[in-house]
Design a protein around this ligand. Structure first.
Ligand code: MRU
Length: 364
């Protein structure tokens, strides 16, 4: 995607051939800054503090984190320690484990002197695959938007999204936003309602930033506005991403997604979830009981970052001083509330059977 006329991915290898550069998402939307990662500790810290975030990008950063670790020490012990360190950073997104497992499979049986190079090669492949996967998700999701546009006789299509499932959450394109970009580029009239997404405001700061940079018409709305807009016919479809999808089609996504799905169900608004298959956890079937939900710091609720009128970016307290706060970071939307899963292989019902039709190799 382009920022200030230059094409960026959300993560890349620097010209030195080994250190990793990422866009510092904690600085957006007020400053576009990149950050260099030169050790596994840097990578783990970037994931934990959400310098990088979004399930696919967490996976890509962890993959390069293993490369950085192996560059220092290619022993089995170092590999295991780096795996454990990176895996412990964020518990909900299954892409993290998926990417780490892919990396281990690529290096484990190699001689130590070859491991770092093999790791860099595999991490680059994972990133390229992520781009291709999201482009395919975009093509399949585009058809859904085209159908609505045709039904509305080319009147504006209103799409609601939650959190940020755009290119900043991935290597490029995004999952939920890939179809939006493709539809916009094709000349389909559309407008995006971007949920602000408290507490960290990924919608207001990241989704709005991306959409604005690409020229996609949008408006940021308070998290509680979606139900009202749906009741008044102002939402034609919802599309969100997911951090973990069960084999039965339950989806864990940013806190507040479930409430949007409930409102969509009550108002007959289609609710789609876009995902790369690396987000499917085939080992579990009951999202509510089996998906670990990350609890983040209460400070994310009690404090908020913003820009003052003098241009200074600062963090201010928001709640009654001393009030405790709770911060579950994800919720689970049961499959029955999901109209369809948009994957790189096509759109399917949010059921085990639906997923197996697209991924028959998983039947065993
Ligand atoms: O806490 P975050 O910002 O990492 O949460 C991100 C989301 O919930 C996204 O919707 C999800 O990772 C899908 S990204 C393509």
């Amino acid at each position: 995607m382009k920022i200030h006329g230059r094409h960026y991915r959300a993560i890349w290898v620097n010209a030195d051939g080994w250190s990793i550069e990422v866009i510092d998402q904690t600085k957006l939307p007020f400053a576009f800054e990149t950050r260099r990662l030169s050790s596994v500790e840097d990578a783990a810290e970037a994931i934990k503090t959400m310098v990088v975030r979004g399930a696919p990008l967490i996976g890509a950063t962890a993959a390069y984190g293993l490369c950085l670790a192996l560059r220092q020490d290619a022993s089995d012990e170092a590999l295991e320690a780096a795996y454990r360190q990176l895996h412990a950073t964020r518990p909900t997104a299954i892409n993290l484990k998926w990417a780490l497992d892919e990396m281990c499979a690529a290096v484990r049986n190699r001689a130590r002197p070859e491991r770092a190079a093999a790791a860099y090669t595999r991490a680059a492949q994972l990133c390229d695959e992520d781009v291709a996967t999201n482009e395919a998700i975009g093509r399949h999701g585009l058809k859904l938007i085209e159908e609505i546009a045709a039904r509305k006789k080319n009147e504006r299509v209103n799409i609601l999204t939650h959190c940020n499932a755009g290119w900043l959450a991935c290597v490029d394109w995004g999952t939920a936003l890939a179809p939006v970009y493709m539809a916009h580029d094709k000349g389909i009239k559309l407008h995006v309602w971007a949920d602000e997404t408290r507490p960290r405001n990924q919608g207001g700061s990241l989704t709005a930033y991306e959409l604005g940079a690409h020229g996609v018409p949008h408006a940021v709305i308070a998290d509680n506005a979606g139900g009202h807009l749906m009741q008044h016919g102002k939402v034609d479809m919802c599309i969100v991403g997911t951090d973990r999808t069960t084999a039965n089609g339950d989806v864990a996504n940013k806190i507040g997604t479930y409430l949007k799905a409930l409102a969509a169900h009550d108002n007959n608004v289609p609710f789609y979830v876009a995902l790369p298959s690396s987000t499917i956890d085939w080992t579990i079937k009951d999202g509510l009981r089996e998906i670990p939900i990350e609890e983040r710091s209460a400070r994310e609720i009690t404090h908020v970052m913003g820009r003052a009128s003098d241009g200074k970016v600062m963090t201010v307290e928001l709640t009654a001083p001393g009030s405790p706060a709770a911060n579950p970071a994800f919720d689970v939307t049961p499959a029955r509330l999901v109209s369809g899963l948009v994957t790189e292989r096509g759109v399917c019902n949010a059921t085990h059977e639906g997923l197996l039709k697209l991924f028959p190799e998983r039947a065993a």
